[in-house]
Design a protein around this ligand. Structure first.
Ligand code: FES
Length: 747
């Protein structure tokens, strides 16, 4: 064991507040420490400074600024620098001499004693750490959904050299976009473009090497294996081989079976063998097997022998290193809103109106239409797009059918952005009437419909109801282990403001409308963003495992599966021998599994309970006799950062507290807390975690809150003072609250 220790005086800001020389001399006395260096400003020339350690050490302690909050030497940078001189990232520990020591105390003696203890805690830890390795990742991505989001994602990935497989449920690409004849650009500049251009352009973009398109297919099972996804794909029978079909249409001409075309909501007909629409891609005819009578006439006329009516479903298994879920949206079942009378043929949704316009209302153009907006109160959220789409559709109708009487009934009109607002203004200029009222009912009145509002009754030949958009991929997301909100949309990984593409499962990205409400341009942007994330994850074909990963002692595991159910990252499975198995490529080392394991079989590597206890054992080695010993166990993300901000903003605290940066607050078990108190190693313990709804592991903070509450309830029964343990929700910005709590506990 060869430990190197580097002290940085941070331009004197540390050394003027504590006796750094004394701490350095103490470091030199520690067993297995082979080099101790002190520099003035490490971040000025880190590579050169670390050269002195190269080849001489296998473990490293950096004592200076906070690895969590330093604006110049964050943990990732430090770990990259050390990797260059051959030190494994798990064999590095830091000592926060600046934010939570020198900057926060005005007592040189106390700060020096605390610095020595903090060094000792890192020293005992680094001696027990285990090096961490890599897992191999398949350098190929699965994209579920061939709408504009999935197409753009695949195209961008192909350009970056990452292989993709697109799985699409329908026989054509383009998703809902292909059903909308006229697309409106909606960022800064209001203009139009036709889907008959856009979708084929995007379709041609994916006709490149490295992209495989599997149509008529669904994901039926997902298994995680170390770092990869093993995915079972059910390919529905494809009686027409798209590779052979030349789209001549002879099969359709002789087909005797005519059915409603679902692409046009039954407004038009298609043959059992046909194309849903002329520009459908892949450019191949398809057979509706439910209606085909297998007469074989199509086979006789096919010039390329592309048809095989005996084709069967097939299941294939593929392995991927990353997944993009881009399944678009679904419309609400409008029959649930009885007052809207959706079962009436002249009450339609916005998408149905798109197809009606495309087919010129089958020659029966209505004289009056009423748009009915907003069911947000009923579904619990605003779908964001209904108002803008209504503005667009009303404008389009007004331009196409000048004499049409058009009214929009709304509750709160939200035409966000510049272009949609412009459509609204243009609507008004075209004579569209906007009525601010609540619709009470849509009644049938002879041949017309009556839209009954709070204020008036509006007659209409056709009523268009805005259908709320609902999640399209609940079953699929659950298969991948993605956590969903109360409505079924994926919850983004915290901090979600800066990781909007990521779910709680490593390398599963939700994009486009599968994530949240987006117009077409936003969906395409989201496809590109997902591609960038996939590229970043797969470019090297390996995932460097993080320092902290859970591991199972199978001798102790009883296969109860509680860890699997608790894991927010879907990283744990239970194998055929009924033993839990951690898939390390997905584990975030939060420690939630550890805290719920009834037999102590699962622990976080490099953050095991006994390691934490060993740190606690030495935490007050240099405390003055009789001094109250307060230990702050601060969660890795929010609370520890709040601790750093106390120092950065110049608050001054007593020197008798020590802090440890734990994993998620839930990683601190009651057993560790009790042992520390009963062994008289500490007098009081604070456990602090992220604010509610902000835990980086979803619900770890709430688990810990409940656990400590129940611990405090039993403490008096075993002769302990419950006030020795305290739980607090401390967000980054709550550093003043943390300081107040510590002040009280230290006194
Ligand atoms: Fe902060 Fe869970 S990560 S409490």
């Amino acid at each position: 064991m060869r430990i190197g220790i580097l002290f940085c005086s941070c331009g004197g800001t540390i050394s003027e507040k504590l006796d750094l020389k004394k701490v350095e001399d103490f470091a030199k006395t520690l067993e297995d420490v082979v080099i101790v260096e002190t520099v003035d400003v490490f971040c000025e020339n880190p590579d050169k400074i670390l050269e002195k350690f190269k080849g001489k050490i296998d473990r490293f302690i950096f004592a200076g600024c906070s690895e969590r909050s330093s604006l110049k030497m964050g943990e990732e940078k430090l770990s990259d620098l050390l990797e260059r001189i051959g030190v494994n990232k798990a064999m590095i520990e830091t000592v926060n001499l600046r934010e939570q020591c020198a900057w926060i105390h005005d007592n040189i003696d106390g700060a020096t004693r605390k610095a020595m203890d903090q060094l000792l805690m890192s020293y005992v830890k680094v001696k027990t750490n285990i090096p961490q390795g890599n897992v191999k990742l398949e350098k190929r991505a699965l994209i579920v959904g061939a709408g504009v989001t999935g197409l753009r994602c695949a195209s961008d990935l192909a350009k970056a050299g990452i292989e993709t497989v697109i799985v699409e449920r329908k026989p054509y690409i383009g998703g809902h976009t292909s059903m909308i004849p006229m697309l409106f650009q909606c960022e800064g500049y209001a203009s139009m473009c036709t889907s008959e251009c856009i979708v084929p352009v995007m379709g041609r973009e994916i006709q490149k090497e490295g992209i495989t398109l599997i149509m008529n297919a669904e994901i039926i099972d997902v298994e995680k294996d170390d770092g990869n996804f093993k995915v079972k794909i059910e390919k529905k029978a494809m009686p027409v081989d798209p590779a052979k079909c030349v789209s001549c249409g002879k099969c359709s001409e002789v087909c005797p079976v005519e059915i409603d075309n679902p692409f046009d909501f039954g407004l038009t007909k298609r043959k059992a063998i046909d194309k849903d629409f002329s520009l459908a891609m892949p450019d191949s005819y398809t057979i509706d097997l439910d209606s085909c009578n297998k007469c074989g006439e199509c086979i006789k006329v096919c010039p390329t022998n592309a048809i095989n009516l005996e084709a069967k479903d097939e299941i294939v298994e593929e392995t991927f290193g990353a997944v993009v879920i881009a399944t678009g949206f679904e419309g609400y079942d409008m029959n649930k809103f009885k007052k809207l009378n959706y079962s009436h043929p002249n009450v339609v949704t916005m998408l149905e109106l798109e197809r009606l316009i495309k087919n010129n209302f089958n020659g029966k153009v209505p004289e009056s239409v009423v748009f009915v907006l907003c069911q947000k109160d009923e579904v619990g959220y605003c779908s964001k797009l209904c108002c803008p789409i209504t503005a667009k559709l009303a404008f389009r109708l007004a331009v196409l059918y000048q004499s049409m009487d058009i009214t929009v009934v709304y509750k709160n009109l939200r035409t966000y952005g510049r272009a949609f607002e412009e459509f609204r203004r243009k609507c008004e200029m075209q004579g569209v009437e906007f009525v601010n009222s609540e619709v009470e009912e849509i009644k049938v009145d002879g041949d017309t419909l009556l839209v009954v509002t709070e204020d008036e009754n509006l007659e209409a030949d056709l009523v268009i109801v805005a259908d709320p958009l609902i999640p399209s991929a609940i079953r699929l997301m659950k298969m991948f282990g993605v956590k969903l909100d109360e409505y079924g949309f994926p919850i983004e990984f915290q901090p979600r403001i800066i990781t909007p593409m990521e779910t709680y499962v490593d390398r599963v990205y939700a994009a486009g409308m599968a994530r949240s409400f987006k117009d077409i341009q936003e969906s395409v942007e989201s496809g590109s963003a997902a591609a960038m994330k996939v590229y970043e994850a797969l470019k090297d074909g390996v995932k460097k495992l993080q320092k902290y990963v859970s591991m199972v002692n199978s001798d102790k595991c009883i296969g109860c599966g509680i860890c699997r159910e608790t894991c927010p990252h879907s990283a744990i499975s239970v194998d055929e021998n009924l033993k839990s198995k951690v898939n390390p490529g997905f584990c975030k080392g939060c420690g939630l599994c550890t805290s719920v394991c009834p037999t102590g079989a699962i622990q976080v590597m490099n953050f095991e309970d006994w390691q934490l206890l060993r740190q606690i054992d030495v935490a007050f080695t240099h405390a003055k006799p009789g001094e109250k010993r307060v230990l702050a166990l601060l969660c890795y993300w929010c609370s520890y950062a709040a601790g750093d901000l106390m120092g950065r903003y110049g608050l001054k605290l007593p020197t008798n507290f020590r802090s440890i940066r734990v994993r998620c607050s839930a990683s601190v078990s009651n057993w560790v807390i009790l042992k520390a108190i009963m062994d008289k190693k500490v007098d009081a313990i604070l456990v602090a975690g992220c604010p509610p709804k902000n835990c980086h592991h979803l619900y770890g903070n709430e688990m810990e809150d409940k656990r400590i509450t129940s611990l405090r309830m039993i403490m008096p029964e075993i002769g302990l003072d419950e006030n020795a343990v305290r739980w607090e929700y401390i967000g980054v910005g709550m550093w003043k609250k943390l300081a107040n709590v510590l002040q009280k506990m230290c006194s």
